[in-house]
Design a protein around this ligand. Sequence first.
Ligand SMILES: [Zn+2]
Ligand SMILES: [Zn+2]
Length: 132
Amino acid sequence: MDCPVCKNAMITLELQDVEIDYCTDCSGIWLDAGELELLLGEQEKAARLLDSFKIDSRSTEKTRKCPICRKKMHKVIVGSSKPTLLIDKCRKADGLWFDKGELQDIFERANLDEDNKIQKLLTDMFEHGQKD
Ligand SMILES: [Zn+2]
Ligand SMILES: [Zn+2]
């Protein structure tokens, strides 16, 4: 699968039995449909988070193309807290695209338990994997 931003091939990483696609160039992450829920683990909080997604049709952020169906994705606002967190979502629900740091951001906003394993893994991954 190619990164929707830099078009380079992404690598597959396994986080707690969930396969995620990760771009080593821009640190973006692609999650197939349903994987965010799996990663979040806590069903109720995951549902609340997903319910908060709102399509932002006025966004001026550059649109990205879904790496699966190649159609332009929707910009979706997550929750209502500031600063606004905007992610990309396939119109056919193939999955979600997170620019660098956005997945971590979502985990922080989901108010998960402090010992959430994935949150720790993500933090490790980005703290050690950052370029520049
Ligand atoms: Zn990339
Ligand atoms: Zn798609």
